[in-house]
Design a protein around this ligand. Structure first.
Ligand code: PMP
Length: 421
């Protein structure tokens, strides 16, 4: 599979994912929901956690916890080793060249805000432009809107084609001498579209612009090779990657991070403090003020190790096969419209049913034990582009099976009957 690239089905010999074993790794999947088997089709909002993640955090708290970086006692050393070990796991997982380029944040949203404010304050000025796309999540849109407004700069928006893919011709036309940065999602949380990041980055770099990638939806589905993508910043969330909530990674190119001023200040991020002023620690500490999410870093590292053990080839092959099945099955439901049909999309399917509100459908579907999401998915401009106020969304994770899809389709049939669609 190309690095951080497309999801074209591979013809290589692969180890198929062992569905039964994988499902057994996730204790929550044994829960019954409203008396029914749980069909969890909401991993794009947050993925469930394998036992290894839960256990790693229990063990950390039961045996190793203390604060990091400050103590000389054994527990503090152990906590520091675990925390910095997690940073190195993230570096390897993302193929960044240096551990110093990995900043632990509370999630993707925090990573975007950090760069929009820290980098934006000193690099955006009147007349400058930041390029975003029509399918950005509010988290990778509103912080850029605020930063450009603060600087007297403006946003330019890359349009979509009828399948929900980015119009690269228009993208090229939008890039110019005023473009300072391109902010783009690696994969859309609504349409599932995968953006060609390496290509877009090369085009942006040609005009001297930086590239910020929101990898919240991409990282759970295919390997991210930061050196191959060559982007300047990359943000993701642990909880979408089968890890805990409250932690994420912001990758930043070392030479950029070293020139950036802190976003939050306080303990742990300084070199020297005087009443008159302070100097900053080098990255990553400069961007990690206060006590970091230590147990969460441990759990996140366990999640990345878990995914690496299974292997992204097996994960994406499994999810792509299931995505085809899900799409085919949904197309059998009368009155359905699927939003987003770009080739190589991830296992995220947004859809509407004629004549009924997505929230009502999701409520009926829940009575069947099926968890899907309904709403604007934090992408209101995209909803406007699609001409709807909300959609239903079924999203796949590595633990989903055909049984989950079948349960959804039965539940949708029931919703249509009950809601008079
Ligand atoms: N970007 C995208 C594409 C997302 O799907 C999400 C989560 N829905 C976010 C950013 C925000 O992630 P978090 O809430 O973990 O910060």
């Amino acid at each position: 599979m190309p690095a951080g690239g497309t999801l074209a089905p591979s013809d290589a010999v692969i180890t198929p994912l062992d569905e039964i074993r994988v499902r057994a790794d996730f204790p929550i999947l044994e829960r019954s929901i409203r008396g029914k088997r749980l069909a969890y089709l909401d991993s794009a909002a947050s993925a469930q956690k394998p036992m290894t993640v839960i256990e790693s955090m229990r063990e950390y708290y039961a045996e190793h916890h203390s604060n990091v970086h400050r103590g000389v006692h054994l527990l503090s050393e152990e906590a520091t080793t675990a925390f910095e070990g997690a940073r190195d796991t993230a570096r390897r997982f993302l193929n960044a060249s240096l551990a110093e380029e990995i900043i632990f944040t509370s999630g993707t949203t925090a990573g975007v805000n950090l760069v929009a404010q820290s980098w934006g304050r000193s690099n955006l000025g009147p007349g400058d432009e930041v390029v975003v796309t029509t399918f950005e999540h509010h988290s990778n849109l509103v912080p850029w809107q605020v930063a450009t407004q603060q600087a007297g700069a403006s946003l330019r928006v890359v349009p979509l084609d009828s399948h929900g893919a980015l119009d690269l011709g228009e993208y090229e036309r939008l890039l110019g001498p005023r473009t300072r940065l391109v902010a783009v999602s690696h994969a859309s949380n609504v349409l599932g579209t995968v953006a060609p990041i390496a290509e877009m980055t090369a085009m942006a770099h040609q005009v001297g612009a930086l590239v910020f990638v929101d990898g919240a939806q991409a990282a759970p589905h295919f390997p991210i090779d930061l050196q191959a993508l060559d982007c300047d910043f990359y943000a993701l969330s642990g909880h979408k990657l089968y890890g805990p909530t409250g932690i994420g990674v912001l990758y930043g190119r070392a030479e950029l991070l070293s020139q950036m001023t802190p976003w939050q200040t306080g303990g742990g991020m300084i070199q020297r403090v005087e009443f008159e002023g302070s100097t900053w620690a080098p990255p990553p500490a400069r961007f990690e003020a206060g006590t970091p999410p230590i147990a969460e870093a441990v759990g996140f590292a366990a999640a990345m190790d878990y995914l690496s053990r299974i292997g992204f080839q097996a994960i994406s092959d499994h999810e792509q096969t299931l995505l085809t099945y899900l799409t085919e099955q949904l197309e059998t439901v009368p009155g359905i419209t699927i939003f987003g049909t770009a080739p190589g999309k991830i296992g995220v399917v947004s859809f509407g049913l004629d004549g009924v509100h997505p929230h009502d459908v999701a409520t009926v579907v829940d009575t069947h034990g099926v968890a899907v999401r309904a709403g604007h998915h934090c992408a209101q401009p995209l909803m406007r582009h699609l001409g709807v106020s909300a959609t239903l969304r079924a999203s796949l994770g590595l633990y989903n099976t055909r049984a989950d899809v079948d349960q959804l389709v039965v539940a949708l049939g029931d919703a249509r009957r009950r809601l008079g669609a």
